[in-house]
Design a protein around this ligand. Structure first.
Ligand SMILES: Nc1ncnc2c1ncn2[C@@H]1O[C@H](COP(=O)(O)OP(=O)(O)OP(=O)(O)O)[C@@H](O)[C@H]1O
Ligand SMILES: [Mg+2]
Length: 487
């Protein structure tokens, strides 16, 4: 059970115990008090009537029926007179058997007795009072019905149970409310943790976002993030310094290599071959150091992103042309299909970064998929492909307006297995296809840089499969509205 549910249950249980114990206490106290009051009233009435019976029997001026009828009995009571072993009763609804045998015997032996009991199959509560009148060899009994009291007590009981149930529900509701209030500061902590995990390393907790009582947690959380940030920045700086330091010797090396290459024909064939291998590896190394430098700068947060507002169709067309040019002479320009719905839309991009993204995707398509078959620009497609992040289509629309565009590079190659789809974006990951093809030139940094560039432009990148079963790399970019702001 979660904390919230536990607090709710404790409050509900507390309210239940409290309301039912209070209710029970009030019920039994009230019942005791009411019964005692009725008993004393019944005794007073029975004594008064016994006195009237005695004087009437002593004077002997009335018949038994008249005598019993003349007594002052309320609507809820009946009298029984035993005179010289004969029994007379005031009403047909009562008989001698209404009197408990023990009480009857006690009274006939000369003692006054009162008893409250439940009589008959219907379970009607009754009070019976017996008064001996030894001077005339008689005993007077009066039976009082407590059925009205029973009704009152039943109503009271039902009311108290109802109140108890309502109090319990109110207690549980209060518990739920309290747990929400209590857990609210923790939601602040979780939001901060999510923001930090998302790369916003300068996020900190403040007493306002959490709670003054959680000061200890706030302080230790912030200290932890401080240390984490310092460490990440230190490592990123180190990486960036290493890459930077490698660049100057590499420049010298490649300049020297160019000199050697210019003299290439004069060298023996074996030296020419060695020179060629050296040149290939040096260029690959140089490219890797450039990529690493770019990535470590992004990690250290010391990158400048120049977002410009440009028409998405023109942007993609130009970037594809540049990308194909960089592939070399043999490369063919794939068709660029721009959906009519997005033709007039503008996006905010850093052109240099976007060109790098397209160049990397086109180069991968050429290396691993036999060349890009088509480049599409359109509104987010419906969710469906397993590689597609959930909710990509929903996130791409707002009140019917298109808020992100999807730019996809497709090829008809072997594609990427579902297991590899997120891995290919990891640094230095080189998939099974690259090994098989034996291109041998890649370092596994291309797609990691793609996702880094796209993230800096507030977009996303992922891999799915094209309709022909090849790879389809999708990049999304946020659309700018009429004021040039993102939605
Ligand atoms: N279009 C594609 N079809 C099939 N597999 C691909 C495709 N694009 C990339 N991959 C797989 O993803 C891996 C990672 O690609 P990435 O571009 O990051 O690295 P690379 O091309 O090997 O090296 P680099 O781009 O740094 O020179 C590739 O090695 C390849 O296995
Ligand atoms: Mg690549």
């Amino acid at each position: 059970m979660g904390i919230g549910a536990r607090i709710t249950a404790i409050f509900g249980l507390g309210a239940l115990l409290l309301s039912f114990s209070m209710g029970g206490l009030s019920y039994f106290t009230t019942r005791h008090f009411l019964v005692a009051e009725r008993e004393s009233a019944a005794q007073n009435q029975a004594f008064a009537n016994a006195l009237a019976v005695r004087s009437s029997l002593e004077s002997g001026d009335k018949g038994y029926a008249n005598l019993l009828a003349s007594l002052d009995v309320g609507s809820g009571s009946n009298s029984i007179l035993i005179h010289r072993r004969n029994v007379y009763q005031s009403s047909l609804s009562i008989s001698e058997s209404s009197i408990p045998a023990k009480l009857r015997a006690d009274v006939l032996q000369g003692s006054v007795a009162t008893q409250t009991y439940v009589a008959g199959a219907q379970g009607q509560p009754q009070i019976v009072v017996g008064v001996p009148i030894p001077s005339v060899d008689a005993a007077y009994f009066e039976v009082f019905s407590l059925s009205d009291l029973g009704h009152t007590l039943r109503v009271l009981g039902v009311t108290l149970i109802g109140t108890g149930v309502v109090t319990t529900l109110l207690g549980a509701a209060l518990g739920r409310f309290a747990s929400r209030r209590l857990l609210r500061p923790l939601a602040g902590v979780s939001r901060a943790a999510v923001a930090i995990a998302g790369g916003q390393l300068d996020t900190r907790l403040t007493p306002e976002t959490t709670d003054p009582d959680l000061e200890g947690l706030t302080t230790s959380f912030n200290t932890m993030v401080d240390q984490l940030q310092a460490r990440i920045e230190r490592e990123a700086r180190f990486n960036s310094d290493v890459s930077h330091e490698l660049r100057s010797p590499l420049t010298t090396l490649s300049a020297s290599l160019e000199v050697l290459e210019a003299e290439g024909e004069n060298l023996p064939p074996r030296a020419q071959r060695a020179l060629q291998l050296l040149g290939d590896d040096l260029r690959r190394f140089q490219r890797m150091v450039g990529d690493l430098l770019e990535m470590s700068r992004a990690d250290a947060g010391s990158v400048d992103v120049f977002l410009e507002e440009v028409n998405v169709g023109e942007l993609v067309q130009r970037a594809v042309e540049a990308g194909v040019r960089s592939l070399g002479d043999g490369a063919v320009m794939p068709p660029v299909e721009i959906a009519p719905a997005v033709q007039a839309l503008h996006v905010g991009v850093d052109k240099r970064r976007f060109e790098r993204v397209m160049a990397n995707l086109l180069e991968n398509a050429a290396n691993y998929g036999g060349g890009a078959t088509v480049i599409t620009v359109g509104a987010p497609a419906a969710d469906g492909d397993p590689g597609r992040p959930a909710g990509a289509a929903r996130a791409g629309a707002h009140n019917g307006a298109i808020t992100t565009v999807e730019i996809a590079v497709e090829d008809a190659g072997p594609g990427i297995s579902p297991l590899e789809r997120s891995k290919v974006f990891e640094r230095f990951y080189r998939g099974s296809v690259s090994g098989r093809r034996g291109t041998g030139t890649g370092t596994g940094l291309g797609l990691a840089l793609v996702s880094e560039h796209v993230r800096l432009m507030h977009g996303r990148a992922w891999a799915e499969s094209s309709s022909s079963g090849g790879a389809r790399f999708v990049v999304t970019l946020p659309v700018l509205d009429d004021e040039g702001a993102t939605w």
